[in-house]
Write a protein that binds this ligand. Structure first.
Ligand SMILES: NC(=O)c1ccc[n+]([C@@H]2O[C@H](COP(=O)([O-])OP(=O)(O)OC[C@H]3O[C@@H](n4cnc5c(N)ncnc54)[C@H](OP(=O)(O)O)[C@@H]3O)[C@@H](O)[C@H]2O)c1
Length: 417
């Protein structure tokens, strides 16, 4: 019952999302706040709205920083690199260290990849093709002897695609998954997360001692933690997590050959370092992928923030906003076709562009006095219900329940070859 009330108020609040005046004909919409959930809370003072909706700051994230948070304290994310130059930057009052990428750094890759003769890229899904090709091109540019080899499961349909991208059995750059894991000094495990959960023991047992396991997500750590396990102590474990889908990682890398600065940013993490090489290998991997900026995180923070963001915002919030806008337009008498167009425009058009480039506050400031009043009412009504839902999402991720459900779902749809 409570969940229904909260959901209702969440949707009701979203239904009243005001459009900024120039965006669409259906500009002025009546607010509808009928939630009992939202009445439990007093309205958010106007002065706080300006604070919460500040530029580049998601309102919920801002609020989560001001209430007792379930997010554990950030550990120091400083790092030492003997190959690349790190820079200190200040973001929203927090100091962070980053490494700026660029093609001019490719000559440093051999130093970063010291001791690595073969990089095994395991999997050919979204990230596999992009990362393998970017690494191969960057290493070729650097005239490096490091080999990038794709490892795929027996009978995989992806062999043909990998061959089409120039990885072949004949030149030793394409082969069986387990042979590739066993023969690589750096193993980039880019099979699906649920497949990682089902195959980690075999992966670990095939890896050479002192070799390095590279992940692009912290999911496997979350899965191991939920079982009370950890990685074997005789390998290093690092992550480079591009903040975009594989095809964009490749497309923007190619664009970066012509347009300085093009590429997808990535976070990196060093979870275990058996011989002191891990940080530079991770940074080299990220630079070779074409990341314009590489910033530090931990594997644990990575999976918690990524899965939470994906469930709460990318999948949950966007879906909820779309459903609510569409239904509201139709309830107000709009044809389904026009309601669809207006909904799409709200998600992809001027409002989202304004939020993305100038922040939520710019949307608020662009409204008429009447529009501002409605915004404040909508904001106050939706704020706490949204926060409750997002906390719930976060707890599901932090407790391991969400990871468990992904593993089970993967098994339900398991394709046997
Ligand atoms: N998708 C993204 O844009 C993105 C972004 C950032 C990070 N990541 C992370 O990158 C990693 C890879 O994700 P992805 O989306 O690129 O891959 P994916 O599409 O989830 O997985 C595809 C690959 O997994 C292989 N695979 C599936 N089940 C397998 C099994 N039982 N045994 C062996 N191989 C199996 C597939 O083999 P076949 O080729 O034989 O079918 C395929 O090569 C994940 O950790 C993910 O969280 C992904």
């Amino acid at each position: 019952m409570a969940a229904t009330t909260t959901t209702t108020s969440f949707k009701a609040a979203l239904l009243s999302t005001p459009s900024i005046s120039s965006s669409t004909k259906s500009t002025v919409l009546k607010p509808r706040f009928t939630s009992s959930s939202s009445s439990r809370y007093s309205p958010i003072p106007k002065s706080l709205i300006a604070h919460h909706v500040s530029t580049k700051t998601n309102a919920i994230v801002a609020k989560m920083g001001t209430v007792p948070s379930p997010v554990s304290e950030t550990t120091s994310l400083d790092f030492h690199t003997s190959v690349f130059q790190k820079e200190k930057i200040s973001l929203a009052g927090h100091e962070e260290y980053i490494v700026r990428g660029g093609q001019h750094l490719f000559p440093l890759l051999d130093d970063a990849f010291e001791g690595i003769k073969q990089i095994g890229v395991i999997g050919w899904g979204s990230q596999g093709p992009a990362q393998a090709q970017n690494l191969r091109d960057s290493l070729a540019e650097a005239k490096s002897d490091v080999v990038v080899k794709i490892g795929l499961r027996k009978g995989s349909r992806s062999f043909a695609e990998a061959r089409a991208a120039g990885f072949t059995e004949e030149n030793g750059t394409l082969g069986d998954i387990w042979e590739t894991v066993a023969g690589s000094d750096l193993v980039l495990l880019l099979i699906s997360d649920s497949a990682q959960a089902d195959n980690y023991e075999k992966v670990f047992s095939h890896m050479k001692p002192n070799s390095i396991l590279g992940l692009s997500h912290g999911f496997l750590l979350g899965h191991l933690q939920s079982l009370g396990l950890d990685f074997p102590k005789n390998i290093s474990v690092i992550a480079v997590c591009p903040k975009g889908m594989g095809p964009s990682v490749r497309r923007l890398y190619v664009q970066g050959k012509e347009i300085n600065g093009a590429g997808i940013n990535a976070s990196f993490a060093v979870h275990q370092d058996v011989d002191g090489r891990a940080t530079d290998v991770a940074l080299g991997w990220s630079v070779a992928l074409g990341s314009p900026f590489t910033f530090a995180t931990t594997l644990e923070q990575e999976y918690k923030s990524d899965i939470f963001g994906e469930r709460g915002i990318l999948l949950g919030a966007v879906h909820g906003v779309v459903e609510c806008l569409f239904r509201r337009y139709v309830e107000d008498g709009m044809s389904e076709e026009l309601a669809y167009k207006n909904t799409v425009e709200c998600i992809t058009g001027i409002v989202s562009k304004t939020i993305s480039t100038k922040g939520m506050l710019a949307v608020y400031n662009s409204l008429s006095e009447e529009g501002k009043k409605r915004f404040e009412a909508a904001y106050s009504a939706s704020y706490y219900p949204c926060m409750e839902i997002l906390y719930e999402c976060y707890e599901d991720v932090a407790s391991g329940s969400e990871i468990c459900s992904v593993v089970l779902a993967g098994r339900r749809f398991y394709v046997c070859l």
